[in-house]
Design a protein around this ligand. Structure first.
Ligand SMILES: *Cc1c(COP(=O)(O)O)cnc(C)c1O
Length: 415
Protein backbone atom coordinates (compact mmCIF):
# COMPACT_ATOMS: atom_id res chain seq x y z
CA UNK A 1 0.00 0.00 0.00
CA UNK A 2 1.14 3.53 -0.73
CA UNK A 3 2.17 5.70 2.19
CA UNK A 4 -0.86 6.94 4.09
CA UNK A 5 -1.72 10.58 3.58
CA UNK A 6 -0.33 12.81 6.29
CA UNK A 7 -1.63 16.14 7.47
CA UNK A 8 1.45 17.76 5.96
CA UNK A 9 0.48 16.35 2.56
CA UNK A 10 -2.90 18.08 2.87
CA UNK A 11 -1.21 21.32 3.95
CA UNK A 12 1.08 21.13 0.92
CA UNK A 13 -1.97 20.87 -1.34
CA UNK A 14 -3.50 23.92 0.35
CA UNK A 15 -0.29 25.84 -0.20
CA UNK A 16 -0.48 25.36 -3.97
CA UNK A 17 -4.29 25.41 -4.32
CA UNK A 18 -5.27 27.97 -6.99
CA UNK A 19 -8.56 28.61 -5.14
CA UNK A 20 -7.00 29.00 -1.68
CA UNK A 21 -7.28 32.80 -1.67
CA UNK A 22 -11.06 32.62 -2.07
CA UNK A 23 -11.42 31.41 1.51
CA UNK A 24 -10.23 34.84 2.63
CA UNK A 25 -13.20 36.38 0.86
CA UNK A 26 -15.49 34.66 3.41
CA UNK A 27 -16.20 35.61 7.00
CA UNK A 28 -14.19 33.26 9.21
CA UNK A 29 -15.14 33.59 12.87
CA UNK A 30 -13.42 30.39 14.02
CA UNK A 31 -10.30 29.44 12.02
CA UNK A 32 -10.25 25.99 13.65
CA UNK A 33 -13.79 25.10 12.65
CA UNK A 34 -13.82 22.20 10.18
CA UNK A 35 -16.97 23.09 8.30
CA UNK A 36 -18.19 20.19 6.18
CA UNK A 37 -21.74 21.36 5.58
CA UNK A 38 -21.41 23.87 2.75
CA UNK A 39 -23.68 21.52 0.80
CA UNK A 40 -26.47 22.48 3.20
CA UNK A 41 -25.65 26.10 4.03
CA UNK A 42 -22.65 27.73 2.39
CA UNK A 43 -20.43 30.04 4.41
CA UNK A 44 -20.95 33.82 4.28
CA UNK A 45 -19.02 35.75 1.62
CA UNK A 46 -17.92 39.14 2.95
CA UNK A 47 -19.27 40.61 -0.29
CA UNK A 48 -22.72 39.18 0.52
CA UNK A 49 -22.76 40.87 3.93
CA UNK A 50 -21.60 44.12 2.33
CA UNK A 51 -24.29 43.82 -0.34
CA UNK A 52 -26.99 43.32 2.29
CA UNK A 53 -25.73 46.32 4.26
CA UNK A 54 -25.73 48.44 1.12
CA UNK A 55 -29.17 47.28 0.07
CA UNK A 56 -30.52 47.97 3.55
CA UNK A 57 -28.72 51.17 4.57
CA UNK A 58 -28.51 52.93 1.24
CA UNK A 59 -31.16 51.52 -1.06
CA UNK A 60 -33.86 50.83 1.50
CA UNK A 61 -33.28 53.32 4.33
CA UNK A 62 -32.23 56.26 2.16
CA UNK A 63 -33.57 55.45 -1.30
CA UNK A 64 -36.91 54.10 -0.12
CA UNK A 65 -39.43 53.42 -2.86
CA UNK A 66 -37.21 55.18 -5.42
CA UNK A 67 -34.88 52.17 -5.21
CA UNK A 68 -37.43 50.08 -7.06
CA UNK A 69 -36.03 51.67 -10.22
CA UNK A 70 -33.06 49.35 -9.99
CA UNK A 71 -34.64 46.65 -7.81
CA UNK A 72 -37.30 45.79 -10.40
CA UNK A 73 -34.88 44.01 -12.72
CA UNK A 74 -32.66 42.51 -10.03
CA UNK A 75 -34.24 39.02 -10.14
CA UNK A 76 -33.79 38.69 -13.90
CA UNK A 77 -30.37 40.38 -14.06
CA UNK A 78 -29.13 38.08 -11.28
CA UNK A 79 -30.50 35.17 -13.30
CA UNK A 80 -28.31 36.37 -16.16
CA UNK A 81 -25.25 36.19 -13.89
CA UNK A 82 -26.19 32.67 -12.83
CA UNK A 83 -27.10 31.44 -16.33
CA UNK A 84 -23.59 30.61 -17.63
CA UNK A 85 -22.85 28.60 -14.47
CA UNK A 86 -25.54 26.10 -15.46
CA UNK A 87 -25.16 26.17 -19.22
CA UNK A 88 -28.03 28.56 -19.80
CA UNK A 89 -28.27 31.83 -21.73
CA UNK A 90 -29.28 35.27 -20.50
CA UNK A 91 -33.07 35.50 -20.32
CA UNK A 92 -33.51 31.84 -19.38
CA UNK A 93 -33.08 32.10 -15.60
CA UNK A 94 -34.79 34.12 -12.88
CA UNK A 95 -34.28 34.16 -9.11
CA UNK A 96 -37.56 33.84 -7.26
CA UNK A 97 -39.36 32.05 -4.43
CA UNK A 98 -38.06 28.77 -2.99
CA UNK A 99 -36.99 25.65 -4.85
CA UNK A 100 -40.12 23.77 -3.79
CA UNK A 101 -42.39 26.56 -5.04
CA UNK A 102 -40.51 26.87 -8.33
CA UNK A 103 -40.79 23.13 -8.76
CA UNK A 104 -44.53 23.38 -8.26
CA UNK A 105 -44.81 26.19 -10.79
CA UNK A 106 -42.73 24.53 -13.49
CA UNK A 107 -44.11 21.03 -12.95
CA UNK A 108 -47.66 22.39 -13.14
CA UNK A 109 -46.83 24.33 -16.29
CA UNK A 110 -45.34 21.22 -17.88
CA UNK A 111 -48.29 19.00 -16.98
CA UNK A 112 -50.76 21.58 -18.29
CA UNK A 113 -48.91 21.44 -21.63
CA UNK A 114 -48.63 17.64 -21.98
CA UNK A 115 -50.78 14.58 -21.39
CA UNK A 116 -49.52 11.78 -19.22
CA UNK A 117 -48.04 10.82 -15.89
CA UNK A 118 -45.68 12.61 -13.51
CA UNK A 119 -42.53 10.58 -12.88
CA UNK A 120 -39.81 10.86 -10.25
CA UNK A 121 -37.76 8.47 -8.12
CA UNK A 122 -37.33 7.51 -4.48
CA UNK A 123 -33.82 8.95 -4.16
CA UNK A 124 -35.17 12.43 -4.89
CA UNK A 125 -35.43 15.02 -2.14
CA UNK A 126 -38.67 14.46 -0.18
CA UNK A 127 -39.91 18.02 -0.76
CA UNK A 128 -39.65 17.37 -4.51
CA UNK A 129 -41.58 14.13 -4.13
CA UNK A 130 -44.34 15.87 -2.14
CA UNK A 131 -44.61 18.69 -4.67
CA UNK A 132 -44.64 16.39 -7.69
CA UNK A 133 -47.25 14.12 -6.13
CA UNK A 134 -49.45 17.14 -5.41
CA UNK A 135 -49.07 18.41 -8.98
CA UNK A 136 -50.13 15.01 -10.32
CA UNK A 137 -53.06 14.93 -7.96
CA UNK A 138 -54.23 18.48 -8.78
CA UNK A 139 -54.14 17.63 -12.49
CA UNK A 140 -55.75 14.20 -12.08
CA UNK A 141 -52.62 12.45 -13.36
CA UNK A 142 -50.93 9.21 -12.47
CA UNK A 143 -47.93 9.68 -10.15
CA UNK A 144 -45.05 7.25 -10.64
CA UNK A 145 -42.48 7.08 -7.86
CA UNK A 146 -39.83 4.79 -9.31
CA UNK A 147 -38.03 2.78 -6.65
CA UNK A 148 -34.38 3.40 -7.50
CA UNK A 149 -31.62 2.29 -5.18
CA UNK A 150 -31.33 4.77 -2.31
CA UNK A 151 -27.58 4.41 -2.28
CA UNK A 152 -27.33 5.46 -5.88
CA UNK A 153 -29.99 7.31 -7.84
CA UNK A 154 -31.76 7.40 -11.19
CA UNK A 155 -30.13 5.84 -14.28
CA UNK A 156 -31.43 5.21 -17.80
CA UNK A 157 -31.59 1.52 -16.82
CA UNK A 158 -33.68 1.83 -13.67
CA UNK A 159 -35.90 4.62 -15.09
CA UNK A 160 -36.22 3.24 -18.61
CA UNK A 161 -39.44 1.27 -18.20
CA UNK A 162 -41.24 4.06 -16.39
CA UNK A 163 -41.13 7.05 -18.70
CA UNK A 164 -43.45 5.79 -21.40
CA UNK A 165 -46.58 7.88 -21.48
CA UNK A 166 -45.17 10.50 -19.13
CA UNK A 167 -45.93 14.22 -19.32
CA UNK A 168 -43.09 15.13 -17.01
CA UNK A 169 -39.99 13.48 -15.59
CA UNK A 170 -38.41 15.35 -12.68
CA UNK A 171 -35.19 14.24 -10.99
CA UNK A 172 -32.37 15.59 -8.86
CA UNK A 173 -29.03 15.92 -10.64
CA UNK A 174 -27.18 14.91 -7.46
CA UNK A 175 -28.96 12.71 -4.92
CA UNK A 176 -29.10 14.48 -1.56
CA UNK A 177 -28.38 11.32 0.42
CA UNK A 178 -25.82 9.34 -1.56
CA UNK A 179 -24.21 12.11 -3.59
CA UNK A 180 -24.82 10.06 -6.77
CA UNK A 181 -24.61 12.21 -9.91
CA UNK A 182 -27.24 11.38 -12.50
CA UNK A 183 -26.46 11.47 -16.21
CA UNK A 184 -28.20 14.69 -17.19
CA UNK A 185 -27.98 14.16 -20.93
CA UNK A 186 -28.89 10.47 -21.04
CA UNK A 187 -31.88 10.88 -18.72
CA UNK A 188 -33.09 13.96 -20.57
CA UNK A 189 -32.96 11.98 -23.82
CA UNK A 190 -34.82 9.15 -22.13
CA UNK A 191 -37.58 11.48 -20.94
CA UNK A 192 -37.88 13.04 -24.39
CA UNK A 193 -38.02 9.58 -25.96
CA UNK A 194 -41.00 8.81 -23.74
CA UNK A 195 -42.70 12.03 -24.83
CA UNK A 196 -42.11 13.90 -21.58
CA UNK A 197 -40.65 17.23 -20.61
CA UNK A 198 -37.59 17.00 -18.33
CA UNK A 199 -37.29 19.07 -15.15
CA UNK A 200 -34.02 18.94 -13.20
CA UNK A 201 -33.40 19.94 -9.60
CA UNK A 202 -29.86 21.34 -9.50
CA UNK A 203 -29.80 22.18 -5.79
CA UNK A 204 -26.76 19.98 -5.13
CA UNK A 205 -24.91 20.78 -8.34
CA UNK A 206 -25.36 24.48 -9.16
CA UNK A 207 -22.07 26.24 -8.52
CA UNK A 208 -20.01 23.11 -7.94
CA UNK A 209 -20.51 20.84 -10.96
CA UNK A 210 -20.42 21.78 -14.62
CA UNK A 211 -24.04 21.69 -15.77
CA UNK A 212 -24.89 21.97 -19.46
CA UNK A 213 -28.60 22.59 -19.61
CA UNK A 214 -28.17 23.75 -23.22
CA UNK A 215 -26.38 20.80 -24.77
CA UNK A 216 -28.28 18.25 -22.66
CA UNK A 217 -31.54 19.54 -24.15
CA UNK A 218 -33.13 19.92 -20.70
CA UNK A 219 -36.45 21.75 -20.73
CA UNK A 220 -36.75 23.05 -17.18
CA UNK A 221 -34.69 23.32 -14.02
CA UNK A 222 -34.83 24.64 -10.48
CA UNK A 223 -32.32 24.89 -7.66
CA UNK A 224 -31.35 26.78 -4.56
CA UNK A 225 -28.67 29.39 -4.01
CA UNK A 226 -27.83 28.88 -0.34
CA UNK A 227 -25.81 25.67 -0.77
CA UNK A 228 -22.74 25.78 -3.04
CA UNK A 229 -23.63 29.25 -4.30
CA UNK A 230 -23.23 30.70 -0.78
CA UNK A 231 -26.25 32.99 -1.07
CA UNK A 232 -27.30 32.92 2.59
CA UNK A 233 -30.08 31.22 4.58
CA UNK A 234 -33.34 31.13 2.67
CA UNK A 235 -31.89 33.06 -0.27
CA UNK A 236 -34.15 33.03 -3.33
CA UNK A 237 -34.08 29.95 -5.53
CA UNK A 238 -33.69 29.98 -9.31
CA UNK A 239 -35.70 28.55 -12.12
CA UNK A 240 -34.74 27.89 -15.72
CA UNK A 241 -37.04 27.58 -18.72
CA UNK A 242 -35.51 26.94 -22.13
CA UNK A 243 -36.18 29.98 -24.25
CA UNK A 244 -38.22 28.29 -26.99
CA UNK A 245 -40.59 26.86 -24.36
CA UNK A 246 -41.23 30.06 -22.45
CA UNK A 247 -44.09 31.30 -24.61
CA UNK A 248 -45.79 27.91 -24.51
CA UNK A 249 -45.89 27.36 -20.76
CA UNK A 250 -48.27 28.93 -18.28
CA UNK A 251 -47.37 28.80 -14.64
CA UNK A 252 -50.18 28.46 -12.11
CA UNK A 253 -49.32 31.18 -9.58
CA UNK A 254 -50.03 34.20 -11.72
CA UNK A 255 -49.13 37.45 -10.03
CA UNK A 256 -48.21 40.96 -11.00
CA UNK A 257 -44.46 40.28 -11.29
CA UNK A 258 -45.28 37.83 -14.09
CA UNK A 259 -47.60 40.20 -15.92
CA UNK A 260 -46.71 41.57 -19.36
CA UNK A 261 -47.38 45.13 -18.13
CA UNK A 262 -47.06 45.06 -14.37
CA UNK A 263 -47.80 48.71 -13.72
CA UNK A 264 -50.78 48.94 -16.04
CA UNK A 265 -52.71 47.26 -13.20
CA UNK A 266 -55.08 45.56 -15.60
CA UNK A 267 -57.76 43.30 -14.19
CA UNK A 268 -56.85 40.54 -16.65
CA UNK A 269 -53.69 38.55 -16.43
CA UNK A 270 -51.47 38.64 -19.49
CA UNK A 271 -48.24 36.70 -19.02
CA UNK A 272 -44.95 38.43 -19.81
CA UNK A 273 -43.52 37.08 -23.08
CA UNK A 274 -40.24 36.04 -21.46
CA UNK A 275 -38.77 34.41 -18.33
CA UNK A 276 -40.53 36.98 -16.13
CA UNK A 277 -43.82 35.12 -16.58
CA UNK A 278 -42.50 32.52 -14.14
CA UNK A 279 -42.12 35.10 -11.35
CA UNK A 280 -45.08 35.92 -9.14
CA UNK A 281 -44.71 38.56 -6.42
CA UNK A 282 -42.29 41.06 -4.91
CA UNK A 283 -38.77 39.61 -4.64
CA UNK A 284 -36.95 39.45 -1.28
CA UNK A 285 -34.46 42.20 -2.14
CA UNK A 286 -32.12 41.84 0.84
CA UNK A 287 -31.75 38.10 0.28
CA UNK A 288 -31.44 38.61 -3.43
CA UNK A 289 -28.57 41.06 -2.88
CA UNK A 290 -26.75 38.42 -0.82
CA UNK A 291 -27.45 35.68 -3.35
CA UNK A 292 -26.12 37.82 -6.16
CA UNK A 293 -22.82 38.34 -4.32
CA UNK A 294 -22.48 34.58 -3.78
CA UNK A 295 -23.22 33.88 -7.44
CA UNK A 296 -20.75 36.54 -8.60
CA UNK A 297 -18.03 35.04 -6.44
CA UNK A 298 -18.67 31.62 -7.98
CA UNK A 299 -18.63 33.08 -11.49
CA UNK A 300 -15.33 34.80 -10.76
CA UNK A 301 -13.70 31.59 -9.48
CA UNK A 302 -15.27 29.60 -12.35
CA UNK A 303 -17.24 26.40 -11.98
CA UNK A 304 -14.52 24.44 -13.80
CA UNK A 305 -11.91 25.34 -11.19
CA UNK A 306 -14.40 24.71 -8.37
CA UNK A 307 -15.35 21.32 -9.80
CA UNK A 308 -11.72 20.36 -10.25
CA UNK A 309 -11.05 21.01 -6.57
CA UNK A 310 -14.29 19.29 -5.53
CA UNK A 311 -13.10 16.14 -7.29
CA UNK A 312 -9.75 16.31 -5.52
CA UNK A 313 -11.30 16.96 -2.12
CA UNK A 314 -13.84 14.15 -2.37
CA UNK A 315 -11.22 11.74 -3.75
CA UNK A 316 -8.91 12.60 -0.86
CA UNK A 317 -11.68 12.05 1.68
CA UNK A 318 -12.56 8.68 0.17
CA UNK A 319 -8.87 7.69 0.26
CA UNK A 320 -8.62 8.76 3.90
CA UNK A 321 -11.77 6.80 4.75
CA UNK A 322 -10.10 3.70 3.33
CA UNK A 323 -6.92 4.36 5.32
CA UNK A 324 -8.37 5.50 8.63
CA UNK A 325 -11.96 4.29 8.90
CA UNK A 326 -11.75 0.94 7.14
CA UNK A 327 -12.20 -1.28 10.19
CA UNK A 328 -14.43 0.99 12.22
CA UNK A 329 -17.84 0.03 10.84
CA UNK A 330 -18.20 2.66 8.13
CA UNK A 331 -19.41 2.08 4.58
CA UNK A 332 -18.82 4.63 1.85
CA UNK A 333 -22.19 5.15 0.18
CA UNK A 334 -21.09 7.70 -2.42
CA UNK A 335 -19.95 6.42 -5.84
CA UNK A 336 -16.16 5.97 -6.14
CA UNK A 337 -15.93 7.35 -9.68
CA UNK A 338 -15.17 11.10 -9.40
CA UNK A 339 -17.53 11.93 -12.27
CA UNK A 340 -20.30 9.79 -10.79
CA UNK A 341 -20.72 11.93 -7.68
CA UNK A 342 -21.35 15.48 -6.56
CA UNK A 343 -19.31 17.27 -3.92
CA UNK A 344 -20.40 15.50 -0.76
CA UNK A 345 -19.35 12.11 0.52
CA UNK A 346 -21.78 10.06 2.56
CA UNK A 347 -20.75 7.44 5.11
CA UNK A 348 -23.05 4.91 6.69
CA UNK A 349 -22.49 3.82 10.27
CA UNK A 350 -24.89 2.09 12.64
CA UNK A 351 -24.06 4.75 15.26
CA UNK A 352 -24.11 7.56 12.70
CA UNK A 353 -26.16 9.98 14.76
CA UNK A 354 -23.98 9.70 17.87
CA UNK A 355 -20.82 10.03 15.78
CA UNK A 356 -22.13 13.13 14.01
CA UNK A 357 -22.97 14.72 17.38
CA UNK A 358 -19.53 13.85 18.75
CA UNK A 359 -17.86 15.35 15.69
CA UNK A 360 -19.76 18.59 16.18
CA UNK A 361 -18.50 18.65 19.80
CA UNK A 362 -14.99 18.33 18.34
CA UNK A 363 -15.52 21.32 16.03
CA UNK A 364 -16.15 19.27 12.88
CA UNK A 365 -19.55 20.03 11.34
CA UNK A 366 -20.93 17.40 8.96
CA UNK A 367 -24.63 16.62 8.84
CA UNK A 368 -26.72 13.59 9.54
CA UNK A 369 -29.49 12.04 7.49
CA UNK A 370 -31.62 9.42 9.21
CA UNK A 371 -31.35 6.62 9.86
CA UNK A 372 -27.60 6.11 9.63
CA UNK A 373 -25.92 8.48 7.14
CA UNK A 374 -23.28 11.15 7.83
CA UNK A 375 -22.67 13.60 4.97
CA UNK A 376 -19.39 15.45 4.52
CA UNK A 377 -19.78 18.35 2.10
CA UNK A 378 -16.79 19.84 0.31
CA UNK A 379 -17.38 23.40 -0.78
CA UNK A 380 -14.23 24.24 -2.74
CA UNK A 381 -14.18 28.00 -2.16
CA UNK A 382 -13.96 27.44 1.60
CA UNK A 383 -13.01 23.81 2.30
CA UNK A 384 -9.29 23.22 2.79
CA UNK A 385 -7.49 19.94 2.12
CA UNK A 386 -6.45 20.12 5.77
CA UNK A 387 -10.16 20.26 6.73
CA UNK A 388 -10.74 17.03 4.87
CA UNK A 389 -7.78 15.45 6.65
CA UNK A 390 -9.01 16.64 10.06
CA UNK A 391 -12.57 15.47 9.41
CA UNK A 392 -11.40 11.93 8.66
CA UNK A 393 -8.87 11.87 11.52
CA UNK A 394 -11.33 13.16 14.12
CA UNK A 395 -13.96 10.74 12.84
CA UNK A 396 -11.53 7.88 13.40
CA UNK A 397 -10.59 9.23 16.83
CA UNK A 398 -14.23 9.48 17.91
CA UNK A 399 -14.97 5.88 17.02
CA UNK A 400 -11.67 4.43 18.28
CA UNK A 401 -12.12 6.11 21.65
CA UNK A 402 -15.79 5.14 21.87
CA UNK A 403 -16.41 8.82 22.51
CA UNK A 404 -19.93 8.97 21.19
CA UNK A 405 -23.31 8.32 22.71
CA UNK A 406 -25.37 5.55 21.14
CA UNK A 407 -28.29 7.97 20.93
CA UNK A 408 -31.35 7.56 18.84
CA UNK A 409 -31.58 10.11 16.06
CA UNK A 410 -33.46 13.19 17.12
CA UNK A 411 -34.74 14.26 13.74
CA UNK A 412 -36.30 17.41 15.14
CA UNK A 413 -32.80 18.84 15.41
CA UNK A 414 -30.98 19.98 12.35
CA UNK A 415 -27.39 18.78 12.46
C1 LIG B 1 -31.99 21.86 -0.62
C2 LIG B 1 -32.94 21.28 -1.62
C3 LIG B 1 -34.19 21.86 -1.84
C4 LIG B 1 -34.62 23.06 -1.03
O1 LIG B 1 -35.93 23.42 -1.26
P1 LIG B 1 -36.49 24.79 -0.68
O2 LIG B 1 -37.88 24.80 -1.15
O3 LIG B 1 -35.66 25.89 -1.26
O4 LIG B 1 -36.39 24.72 0.81
C5 LIG B 1 -35.00 21.33 -2.82
N1 LIG B 1 -34.61 20.25 -3.54
C6 LIG B 1 -33.41 19.66 -3.34
C7 LIG B 1 -32.99 18.50 -4.18
C8 LIG B 1 -32.56 20.14 -2.36
O5 LIG B 1 -31.38 19.56 -2.15
Amino acid sequence: MANPLRRSDAEALDATDPLAAYRERFVITDPDLVYMDGNSLGMAPQAALDAVTRAAATDWAAGLVRSWHHWLDLAVSTGDVLAPLIGASPGEVVLTDQTSINLYKLASAAVAARDGAVVTDTSNFPSDIYVLRSVASHHGREFRLVDTDHDTGPTPENMGLHVTGAALVSLSHVAFKSGFRADLTALTELAHGGGALMLWDLSHSAGVLPVRLDTSGADLAVGCTYKYLNGGPGSPAFLYVRRDLQQHLEQPIQGWFGHADQFAFEADYRPAPDIRRFATGTPAILSLAAARAGIELTAEATVDAIHDKARRLTTMFITLCGEQLGDLGFDIVTPRGPFARGAHVTLRHAAGYGIARALIDRNVVPDFRAPDLIRFGMSPLTTRYADVWEAAARCAAVVESGGFAPEEPDTSRVT
